[in-house]
Structure formats: C-alpha cells, structure tokens
Design a protein around this ligand. Structure first.
Ligand code: ZN
Length: 211
C-alpha cells in the first residue's frame, strides 16, 4: 500500500509526542507571543504555549495515521456493482498557507469492482488527509487516489465543499468564502450519467455551509 504518512519516531526524544516535537512548538509559540508585543508570562497566556503545543498533534494527527491499520479488516469481497455514496462527511483542516482552519463537508462515492470498504472507514480516510497542513484541491485528490488504489473500483468521485477562515478573516473579508473541489476517476469521469447521478444525490436536501 502507498506510504501516505510519516512513520513515528517516538522514543528518540522526551519532547516528541506522537511524532511532534512539542517542546519546539511551545518555544515557537512563546516567541510569537513576544513578537506580538505580548507578555507570555501574564496569567491568561502563561499556559498558552503548552496548550497550543499539545493541540497541534491532535489537529495534525493525519500525518501519523497508518493507512494500513486504518483500513485493517474492512475490505470485503462482494458482487455489488452499484454506486456507494457517503455524503456530508464533516471535516476540519488547516490551510498550509496561513495555518488557519478550513472546514466543511466531503462527499465520497465509488462503484465497486469486486471489493467494498466498510462504510465507517470512509470518514476516517477523509480525516487522515484533512488532519494535516493542506490545500483543499490536494486533499480532494488524495482521498480519491487513496480509494482508487485501495479497492480498485470502477470509479471514484470526491466532492469537497469548505469555508476558509483565511479568506473570511483577512484581506477582502469575504464572508462567503466557500470553495468546492472535485476529483473524479473511472466511470465518474467518463460517464456523464454516472457523474450526474452522484451530483444529484449530493445536492438533494443539502443546506448551505455555515459556521
Ligand atoms: Zn489560507
């Protein structure tokens, strides 16, 4: 299977937690607070560097998710050949340009070719790629490519809709900074009717993205 993660190197240093150098993050946050003109020792900020240092390993744990373990024992042989759709998968990610959140929904579909994946695994695959420093376009493509390689289906489609805080909070302050990206393989790419069936399904009853 593809190597899509960073293998843990945990016991090398005490400060490494799940592959993250938390001491270094803590020191960096303290440096940033000083650079803002803040006093990192004042009561409200005293524990902030440590808190943030422990937060990033959680927000970015996708770097260290082992995809083999993630899908372990959840690939089944079947004769089913109709479209499988998992829609409205909520996700949170961090944009790699500003390290600010972007979040929204992912919709994933595939047409099996002898193998299906346990349904609960699909949101976990989304999380594995979302919980990294990302750009939405790459994340969308990675989810599709991963499924393609994993179960070699007749086709895969991934649509991601997200709101980007970096666009909403800064610069032009667009409050509807919504972006939609898609990645299509196989039948979803070649067959307009198949693609339309998927797009109709995910738009049915969908509300607007909100924060
Ligand atoms: Zn950004």
């Amino acid at each position: 299977m593809v190597q899509t993660y960073i293998k843990g190197n945990s016991n090398k240093q005490k400060s490494l937690a799940n592959g993250f150098d938390v001491k270094a993050i803590e020191a960096a946050v303290e440096t940033m607070l000083r650079a803002f003109g803040e006093d990192p020792k004042r009561e409200g900020l005293k524990k902030t560097p440590k808190r943030i240092a422990l937060m990033y390993p959680e927000l970015l744990k996708g770097y260290h998710t082992d995809p083999n373990k993630l899908v372990n024992n959840a690939i089944f042989t079947v004769t089913y050949e109709d479209m499988v759709i998992v829609r409205d998968i909520e996700f949170f990610s961090l944009c790699e340009h500003h390290m600010l959140p972007f979040m929204g929904r992912a919709h994933v579909a595939y047409i099996p070719s002898g193998k299906v994946l346990g349904l609960s695994k699909i949101p976990r695959i989304v999380d594995m790629f979302a919980q990294r420093l990302q750009v939405q376009e790459r994340m969308t493509r990675q989810i599709a490519d991963f499924l393609m390689e994993l179960i070699a289906p007749q086709g895969v489609a991934v649509v991601v809709e997200a709101l980007h805080l970096c666009a909403m909070m800064r610069g032009v302050r667009k409050h509807d900074a919504r972006m939609t990206t898609s990645a299509m393989h196989g039948g979803f790419r070649n067959n307009i009717a198949t693609r339309q069936e998927f797009l109709d399904n995910i738009s049915r009853g969908a509300g607007p993205l909100k924060i």
